[in-house]
Ligand binder design. Structure first.
Ligand code: SF4
Ligand code: FES
Length: 791
């Protein structure tokens, strides 16, 4: 549809612009300055601050530019006397109650009110009365409040309802008593709450962790990429005296728009954690002792050279950079070690040879919000991929039909149909939907799925869901973390493929970490080399290689990063040698490490992350690695030299990335493709289901406990929920348990005492026990647990 163009005048200059656009948007595009406080391009128009008043022809009163839609022939003056008078008057009103505390305000130097008042205000105030004082609120560990400074622009309030999907800050009272606050004093819970700090045009909401540590003009901005989820949010690290003092979003409309998740914003606090590995360590006479880099590298190289190659387990965290991952697999393969993997939380690898080159979204991030129907399988995107969830929320609010099939219910912040069943019933639930899609098209059951599908009868609800998917033009099926980590992942993927094929939807993945896509491309896999090239014979996958390893090499991984931390601890205890390369090491690693090579975090190295849509984003290190730590890619490069690998000659991380690019180019797109025809027959995996005494464990990793850096970010840790045992109300009643009561939860010989939470988000016969804490690390993430009342 072509947009009607009209001609208007601003400051006596003609502009041809689309009819109906907001005057403030046109002014911004043409670099015509109009002051504003309540207007924000990503929020609805409130027009309550009146700071953007401009003089309009044929109007007695000036009009707000943020609420004026242009029509042909309109004329505006943004700098006439009438405009200036209006702006000065509004500044006076806004400053009536605002304290003159700029010298002690953390926002000083980057405050919109300060800037606008200098440019558009008056030298003196005519106000002689008493200023209003508003009592501060404690809204949690991330945001500090000084509510007397608030000018009630309501950006934070609108952000909550329109973007975060949680109405946490609200307008209380009326008129000159109006205050912004929470109805009851409580911490903000939104995973996007930190964006309110950026939105607040004054110093009412400031970042608590960095408060009073430096003035805005003393910091240097350094562009970087977020290291946690697969969004690859663009951000700026603000440096003060060679340390990262805070982190803010860098606008990129196709990725993170103007937003940043709290995880990406505050995880920088882990960079100088006391738990950082600071110097090379070598075990001598049972103790880890500090040694030189040369000694540590020689020790690591000699362990690798002398190891029985078939008994080496080489495991990398997929949140490592592309360069680190490429060098890691190059090092191992150069030494003829093939037990290499990055899928630390995955259990089922039975269809790995047919997996696509890399698990990505299948559409661009921006396209997510254009979907009309989305089926999420095994995913809580609000925690897994905060800003992809924001895109899905936009789609839902525009009318998209979103359905989630999960092993438990989650708190979504948009309208969604949730279907949740016990983990052991998940395959059957999806099979029912797949059968409905085959029946709708009168298609034959694919050979590999005959056993799974022939005895399944689909329900009417499934048929309706299939019809909705078929009717939509833009539709997507997404496999999330809980699907990938399910013991019958191959079946879930095959069934999702059937539904996608029969409904014409695209099948995509919500990759688990910042560089899961990159780990696949770099070939940190037992069955594929870099660029997706097959390797025969394949090495062992993560669970198999940890059965009885003699040598373990960990890159940026701790036991808490695995599906079964207890199995990893046991493997480390049995192994003769453990080489740790990374920035952090949890207790089992410290107890068993032979050599520790202290590496970098994202802010201390150059590198590349490949995000969910497959976009490579490179960044430079902002600060030097802590103490004696070194950029991890350099450690791997030098370890390659020490191990006698002649190909390890790269001089920069850019050269390493180029080597992988060349391999991908040489592969000429000749990558493996996932086809149902090649799948071996899939059988219904008989997962143990609940009995009278036992319950199926449903495991999700706690938000802010997913990786080493986040686990050390102190402010975020204050937001981590207490560990509880979640039970369905029926099961709780059968066990005569009340909320808050302590129970004994056991798996095998191990038990814990934890309080109970009663939740309608659990299916009967299941128990919710989140992973990510030291306490629960003793349990496997899947399988049965026993619950008994504490006596
Ligand atoms: S706290 Fe800040 S963002 Fe919220 S209404 Fe007040 S001035 Fe606006
Ligand atoms: S910016 Fe226009 S009224 Fe506030």
């Amino acid at each position: 549809m072509t947009q009607e163009l009209v001609t208007i005048e601003i400051n006596d200059q003609p502009y041809t612009v689309p009819k109906g656009r907001l005057l403030i948007e046109i002014a911004d595009e043409h670099n015509i300055k109009i002051p504003r406080f309540c207007y924000h391009k990503k929020l609805s128009v409130a027009a309550n601050c009146r700071m953007c008043l401009v003089d309009m022809a044929k109007s007695f009163k000036p009009v707000p530019a943020c609420a004026t839609f242009v029509e042909a022939g309109m004329k505006f003056w943004t700098n006439s006397e009438k405009t200036q008078q209006a702006q000065q008057a509004m500044m006076s009103f806004l400053l009536i109650n605002h304290p003159l505390d700029c010298p002690i305000c953390d926002q000083g130097g980057e405050c919109e009110l300060q800037d606008v008042s200098v440019t558009y205000g008056q030298r003196h105030s005519n106000y002689q009365g008493i200023k209003r004082v508003v009592i501060d609120k404690n809204i949690g560990p991330l945001i500090a409040t000084e509510m007397t400074r608030c000018i009630q622009c309501t950006r934070c309030v609108r952000f909550g309802t329109e973007i975060a999907g949680m109405s946490e800050l609200v307008s209380l009272f009326r008129g000159d008593r109006l205050e912004i606050g929470t109805y009851i004093e409580k911490s903000l819970q939104s995973e996007l709450s930190g964006n309110m700090i950026d939105l607040c045009p004054v110093g009412a909401l400031t970042a608590k962790p960095s408060r009073y540590k430096a003035r805005a003009w003393e910091m240097q901005a350094h562009p970087s990429i977020a290291p946690h989820d697969a969004v690859g949010s663009n951000l700026e690290l603000h440096l003060f005296r060679k340390a990262v003092l805070r982190c803010v979003p860098r606008e990129n409309d196709s990725i993170n728009e103007t937003w940043l998740s709290d995880r990406d914003r505050f995880s920088y606090q882990g960079i100088d954690s006391p738990e950082r590995l600071r110097q090379p360590l070598l075990r001598r006479q049972g103790q880890l002792v500090a040694v030189t880099w040369q000694e540590a590298l020689q020790a690591a190289a000699s362990i690798l050279q002398q190891a029985d190659r078939s008994k080496v387990a080489a495991l990398a965290n997929p949140n490592s950079t592309l360069e680190e991952l490429y060098l890691f697999q190059g090092l191992m393969r150069g030494l003829n070690i093939h037990n290499i993997d990055h899928r630390l939380r995955q259990i089922d690898f039975s269809d790995q040879t047919l997996a696509p080159l890399s698990p990505n979204l299948g559409v661009s991030i921006a396209e997510l919000e254009q979907q009309q129907a989305v089926l999420l399988i095994g995913s809580n995107p609000r925690h897994e991929q905060v800003l992809l969830n924001h895109r899905l929320r936009k789609a839902a609010l525009q009318g998209a039909k979103i359905t989630a099939i999960n092993p438990r219910g989650f708190e979504f912040n948009y309208p969604i149909a949730q279907l949740f069943v016990a983990p052991s019933a998940l395959v059957k639930r999806l099979a029912s939907l797949a059968k409905a899609s085959l029946v709708a098209n009168q298609s034959a059951i694919p050979f590999a799925l005959v056993e799974l599908l022939q005895s399944i009868d689909s329900t009417e609800a499934d048929q309706t869901l299939v019809a909705e998917l078929q009717a939509a033009t833009h539709k997507l099926i997404l496999l999330g973390n809980l699907a990938v980590q399910h013991p019958a992942y191959a079946s879930l993927r095959a069934l999702a493929t059937v539904i996608a094929t029969e409904t014409g939807a695209r099948l995509g993945y919500l990759p688990e970490t910042a560089n899961t896509v990159g780990a696949w491309l770099a070939g940190v896999l037992p069955h594929r080399l870099s660029a997706g090239r097959a390797v025969t014979p394949a090495g062992l996958a993560v669970t198999a290689m940890l059965q009885n390893p003699e040598t373990v090499v960990l890159l940026n991984a701790e036991t808490a990063d695995f599906a079964n931390p207890a199995q990893v601890s046991q493997a480390l205890a049995q192994a003769h040698n453990l080489i740790v390369i990374g920035a952090f090491a949890d207790q089992p690693l410290l107890d068993h490490a032979t050599v520790i090579l202290p590496g970098s975090v994202f802010a201390e190295t150059s590198g590349t992350y490949c995000n969910a849509e497959g976009q490579w984003q490179s960044f430079q290190g902002a600060i030097e690695p802590i103490a004696q730590a070194r950029p991890t890619w350099k450690i791997l490069r030098v370890l390659g030299n020490a191990s006698g690998l002649p190909a390890f000659t790269w001089l920069s991380s850019e050269e390493v990335a180029l080597a992988l690019t060349a391999e991908l180019d040489a592969a000429m797109g000749n990558y493996p493709s996932y086809t149902l025809n090649d799948l071996p027959t899939l059988q219904a995996l008989q997962l143990a289901s609940a009995t009278e005494a036992e319950f199926e464990r449903v495991t999700t990793v706690k938000l802010y406990r997913e990786d080493g850096l986040v686990r050390r970010a102190t402010a975020l840790q204050a937001r981590v929920e207490d560990t509880v045992v979640e039970l369905n109300p029926v099961d709780a009643a059968n066990l005569a348990l009340q909320a808050g009561e302590h129970v004994q939860i056991s798996q095998g010989e191990l038990s814990l005492q934890l309080p109970v939470r009663i939740s309608n988000d659990l299916a009967p016969g299941t128990v919710g026990l989140a992973a990510g804490d030291e306490a629960t690390a003793v349990f496997s993430s899947v399988g049965l647990v026993r619950i008994s009342k504490r006596v």
